[in-house]
Design a protein around this ligand. Structure first.
Ligand code: ATP
Length: 430
């Protein structure tokens, strides 16, 4: 996999991509990226930007959030490549079968289509290698080299929309012990900077969202619209002394994973925006998961709002057959796992009741199946029921899952809802 011997000109500007260095037992590719950015700067190179690039959230080989990193640097390309490989060899968790690191350094742009495919679809290792060879990039794949997919995609990334995240990393001597982050300060930081920051806390459910529980070096991370906003929030957080912190430019919170889809043509493991009509009443299943069917063009698909989406399920339960909606989420195991929903239009909710007797002013009772209604007092008969229109609590608009259930790539509604016309989806009532 190593083609470091190729004739590649050293040049001033380059991108370094790294992926697949961690395991469920520890490490984190973003930490390795933050450390490398520091070492590159210390060696005299200019680090222009550090990127945290999320890829298809449905790939089975991911450890946690399918993240890769990319660093924009000005410096010597061969030195940068060897520093990147050194840090991977020093810190990646090679003991884990599923850890297959990849390092890519390129002084020319890689095709952005590869990034688009990696964030919305599935790629093969051979595809990444062919692209890297064709682009004459420096690259090294360790073990089976799967990390080259994410590393190449990160280098190829062109972000049409971007957000920021500041990641704060624990000192090595603290790792493994409970994280000391003051809960009150997180709620204060959120209160002062939201909606320019999000997913620090989940107010509705009174949960801290930005402090992980996994055995990795991250102490906490704050997401927001820009480096300035995440830094402003971070400065308000009271926590244990960190080892280092790094602001990343990211594709998180941008819906980069969504493509337009229709119920009859969904592929497993891809994430969609789908417009259709609610065709069955929502049902709450065991475990508190709520499901309904969405139909369009003679095809139907099940939509799921799982228990961790919390209050979002109350919105889903308010849907009735006939409502026009657009759903966003990944198609897995025959269902769309909902991330958000746009209610385009609602139908009137009708209920049938026994009619009133015109003489006695009392409600009649059923006279038997198909036999209409009968007044128990005077014996008068009526064939048709009274149709009552009930008020709908649900209003057209967009609704999203709780912050604690939000996927890294899902755009929070505080950043705006999907521009349906961009996806070729009609955004008006049909
Ligand atoms: P980390 O914290 O290290 O980033 P992670 O949750 O991001 O952990 P990885 O350990 O990086 O997960 O594993 C994801 C693997 O899937 C990597 O090898 C990456 O190259 C690969 N991968 C990423 N996107 C795709 C894709 N679209 N198709 C196929 N493989 C992919």
């Amino acid at each position: 996999m190593d083609i470091a011997g190729q004739d590649i000109n050293s040049s001033a500007y380059m991108r370094i991509g790294i992926d697949d260095t961690d395991s469920p037992a520890g490490m984190c590719t973003t930490y390795l990226g933050a450390l490398l950015a520091g070492r590159l700067s210390d060696s005299g190179m200019t680090v222009r930007e550090t990127y945290l690039i999320r890829l298809n959230p449905n790939v089975i080989h991911k450890t946690r959030g399918n993240a890769a990193i990319c660093i924009d640097v000005i410096g010597d390309i061969c030195t940068a490549f060897s520093m990147a490989c050194d840090i991977v060899e020093e810190l990646a968790d090679f003991s884990c079968d599923e850890t297959n690191p990849g390092v890519v350094v390129s002084d020319r742009a890689l095709p952005a289509e590869f990034y688009k495919k990696a964030v919305t679809d599935f790629c093969e290792i051979s595809e990444a290698v062919a692209l890297l060879e064709e682009s004459e990039a420096l690259f090294r794949g360790y073990k089976n080299g799967r990390g080259l997919i994410g590393a190449a995609a990160a280098v190829a990334s062109v972000l049409e929309d971007r957000t920021s995240e500041i990641l704060v990393y624990r000192r090595p001597d603290c790792r493994g012990s409970p994280r000391m982050v003051d809960r009150k300060s997180l709620f204060l930081a959120d209160g002062e900077t939201s909606p320019h920051t999000w997913d620090t806390v989940d107010r509705e459910n009174n949960i801290v969202v930005c402090v992980p529980h996994t055995p990795d070096p991250v102490l906490f991370g704050i997401r927001g619209t820009s480096g300035e906003w995440v830094l402003r929030a971070r400065r308000m957080v009271v926590a244990e002394a960190p080892e280092r912190e790094q602001i990343f430019t990211t594709n998180q919170g941008t819906d980069a994973h969504l493509i337009a889809g229709s119920p009859g043509a969904l592929e497993h493991g891809r994430s969609y925006l789908v417009r259709g009509t609610v065709s069955t009443a929502p049902m709450t299943r065991s475990g508190g998961h709520v499901s309904f069917y969405l139909s369009e063009g003679g095809f139907s698909v099940r939509c799921m709002a799982y228990e961790p989406t919390k209050g979002f399920r109350d919105i889903i339960r308010m849907l009735i057959a006939g409502d026009e909606v657009v759903v966003a989420g990944s198609y897995k195991g025959g269902s769309i796992n909902l991330e958000k929903i746009g209610v385009i239009s609602i139908v009137p909710k009708r209920e049938q009741k026994a009619p009133f007797c015109s003489s006695c002013r009392k409600r009649m009772t059923s006279a038997g199946k198909g036999k209409g209604y009968k007044c128990r007092i005077c014996g008068a008969r009526e064939q048709d029921p009274e149709r009552v229109y009930l008020a709908r609590e649900l209003k057209p608009g967009w609704y999203e899952v709780a912050p604690s259930a939000r996927r890294h790539l899902a755009k929070p509604l505080c950043r705006g809802h999907p521009d349906l016309q961009r996806y070729g989806i009609e955004d008006q009532e049909g």
